[in-house]
Design a protein around this ligand. Sequence first.
Ligand SMILES: [Zn+2]
Ligand SMILES: [Zn+2]
Length: 153
Amino acid sequence: MVGLPLKGGCMCGALRYEMSMPPVMIYNCHCTNCQKISGAAFNTSVIVAEAALRFTTGEPARVEWVSDTGTTRCGLFCGACGTRIVNGGDPSTGVYSLRAGTLDDTSWVQPVGDTFTSSAQPWVTFIEGGLRAERQALDYAPFIAAYRAQGRF
Ligand SMILES: [Zn+2]
Ligand SMILES: [Zn+2]
């Protein structure tokens, strides 16, 4: 079992955070936004309630943009070293997508599937036996259920 709070931070240590609730779900997102933001093939998204995330050291810098669906999204990052902690957040729903690699302990992280597979790099291997969505999942309930079934918390 994984203990709470979960802890993590940026590369330089100016930003530290704690998460008081277990993630809602974890999956790999291959959308072009995630590819740009991470500079990598995909982002491992740890979906958390905004209310569960608290910065214990430092104040994150913030970037905002309007998504394809017209909602305002925000990202939180370290102003000193540039590490992005919150990949994307939707202030209207109170849900954040946290970047898995910023957790101190990532040994328990197991994504349940892949989203935006239509824009995935051709050499990427998807999660074996995992859930898949060509774009955004129309219904995240199966992702949430699969994550709960891992029984890590
Ligand atoms: Zn930093
Ligand atoms: Zn994405």
